[in-house]
Design a binder for this molecule. Structure first.
Ligand code: DGT
Length: 246
């Protein structure tokens, strides 16, 4: 069995964005790019370059100052919030788990997910091992703030929570920063295998997390300064080369 294989197309058209009340330059300037259904697109750039702000616009955490974002051709400002939530799953930088069981935490927001859906989601996020190692399995209680889980385990649980929704678009905002390189590779492998058509946006700090993406978008100070494969960017994007060599 697989999760949703219908990936979503994303189009940013001349998107400019400033936080409400903030003065100075907008955080994102004239952003234009497309992600095709099923593509994995990395987003890289220094701290404060606008990566989290950019992906936060897709589930409409914030309103654009100007420009348009489309999902499968439809302007996101015209998609009803519930439908948008079903299409786009975002795993934020800081995983937020609540006191409750593992199962409740994974099901949060997708209450009718079957045990089978949950099982597939935890397999894809590489959480199956530590959940089944625990005597209470899915009924293991998560303490306040998830104190009884490591940072990497919490990230894997929140990736499972996103996957169980069977989204068309999965956004991982630096969501594997606390897992080791082997685990990260396993998660990417199983996403490729089980969530074939899923469109993935992957914010990363380390280049190694995005080298094998179909494309990588490079942000610098709120602007796109590169958009291509790892090989392309090494040749034609000084900012990328700089991150690579740092
Ligand atoms: P990171 O996560 O440290 O790698 O940085 P990015 O690339 O994800 O950047 P981002 O989008 O968090 O921040 C871009 C700029 O926007 C930066 O100057 C900080 C500012 N900013 C971020 N969040 C907010 C917010 O909630 N309100 C205001 N006024 N400014 C914000």
């Amino acid at each position: 069995s697989t999760t949703s294989t219908q990936g979503g197309r994303i189009d940013f058209e001349n998107v400019t964005f400033a936080y409400e009340g903030a003065s100075g330059d907008p955080v994102l300037k004239n952003i234009t790019f497309t992600c095709l259904p099923g593509e994995t697109v990395g987003i890289i750039g220094s701290t404060g370059s606008g990566k989290s702000s950019l992906v936060g616009l897709i589930p409409r955490f914030y309103d654009l100052s100007s420009g348009t974002i489309r999902i499968n051709g439809e302007d996101i400002s015209e998609i009803n919030p519930k439908a948008l939530r079903e299409k786009v799953a975002i795993v934020p930088q800081k995983a937020t788990l609540f006191t409750g069981t593992v199962k409740e935490n994974i099901r949060w927001g997708s209450e009718d997910a079957s045990l089978e859906d949950i099982e597939l989601a935890v397999k894809m996020s590489d959480a199956y091992g530590f959940i089944s190692d625990s005597p209470e399995g899915y009924d293991t209680r998560i303490g306040q703030g998830g104190v009884n889980f490591s940072g990497g385990q919490k990230q894997r649980l929140s990736i499972a929570r996103a996957l169980v929704k069977k989204p068309e678009i999965l956004i991982l905002d630096d969501s594997t920063s606390a897992v080791d390189v082997e685990t990260e590779a396993r998660i990417k492998e199983s996403l490729k295998k089980y969530a074939k058509g899923l469109t993935c946006l992957l914010i990363a700090q380390r280049i190694s997390s995005v080298v094998d993406a179909d494309r990588i978008i490079v942000l610098d100070n709120g602007e796109i300064v590169g958009n291509g494969t790892h090989g392309d960017l090494l040749h034609n994007c000084p900012t990328y080369l700089e991150i690579y060599q740092s």
